[in-house]
Design a protein around this ligand. Structure first.
Ligand code: DGL
Length: 280
């Protein structure tokens, strides 16, 4: 590849996709770490949640999202969704061998193993991610004697998409799911993996429920490190100084997306930056 064509590729945006607003936690980490990069975010808001759908459906959605992003022109693809990463990463890597395709499960497992002192790790995620055992496999791959307990937390995505992130009612719901993970007197997980990119927005409420002796980890920062490394290795980091641009694509409800995105990013997202697209 000539240096001109490789610098043209380096100027393309990084594509990031999720079922909805959750992947914004990953976008935010990449944005902080790689401020020169243009980021193109796709939230498949017409079909959220993915976590209660069959693997076949999620693979089909993920293929459509990935193909769409690649058609737009991206230099790397980040599957900022644990559910889609768990079932579709290999499929997407084979489908698009021309660019790095990075999921969030392996980085999440890496962060969990690095964060745990006693090797006892609890994982909360969507039903699909938990049932597929992707975290168990990825954690045990790094630490074969790790004790891993998982819990599907079906209502958490709805709370996050609704923007309900604090208060007594929210903590009561969280507690129904989280308490059983910490009630075995013989096992005390010291680390809780937020194995869904929607969950970090509930971090404070989750911390209030599980208490100060449990470290919460999510995959956003570690995924961002992986993106930087892979782009660096491929010589595809954008060199231009100054801030990269953000553009958002959604498959439904741009106004709603803008409202909830503000909660995730801590700053307003103008509706004019959000484009409605059809993936089918
Ligand atoms: N944010 C996604 C995840 O990380 C998906 C949540 C959903 O759509 O159910 O799993």
């Amino acid at each position: 590849m000539s240096s001109n064509s490789s610098s043209a590729i380096a100027d393309l945006p990084i594509g990031i996709f999720d079922s909805g607003v959750g992947g914004l936690t990953v976008l935010d980490a990449i944005r902080q770490q790689l401020p020169n990069e243009d980021l193109l975010y796709l939230g498949d808001t017409a079909r959220v949640p993915y976590g209660s759908k069959s693997s076949q459906s999620v693979i089909r959605y993920a293929r459509q999202a990935a193909d769409f992003m690649v058609e737009q022109g991206v230099k790397a693809l980040v599957i900022a969704c644990n559910t889609a990463s768990a079932v579709a990463i290999e499929d997407l890597q084979q489908r698009h061998p021309e660019l790095p395709v990075i999921g969030v499960i392996e980085p999440g497992a890496e962060a969990a193993v690095a964060g745990s002192e006693n090797g006892e790790i609890a994982v909360v995620a969507t039903e699909s991610t938990v049932n597929g055992g992707a975290y168990l496999k990825a954690i045990r791959h790094r630490k074969s004697d790790a004790v891993v307990k998982s819990q599907a937390c079906s209502l958490f995505v709805s709370l996050a998409e609704e923007g309900w992130t604090e208060g007594e009612l929210v903590e009561a719901i969280l507690s129904r799911y989280l308490t059983p993970l910490f009630s075995d007197p013989d096992h005390h997980p010291d680390t809780l993996v937020l194995g869904c990119t929607h969950y970090p927005v509930l971090k404070q409420a989750i911390a209030n429920v599980v208490g100060p002796h449990v470290t919460l980890v999510d995959s956003a920062q570690t995924t961002s490190n992986w993106v930087q490394q892979q782009l660096q290795q491929a010589n595809l980091l954008r060199q231009q100084d100054g801030s990269g641009r953000l553009h958002y694509l959604v498959t439904d409800g741009p106004e709603r997306f803008a409202r909830v995105a503000e909660l995730f990013l801590g700053h307003p997202v103008p509706v004019s930056d959000i484009e409605l697209v059809d993936l089918q």
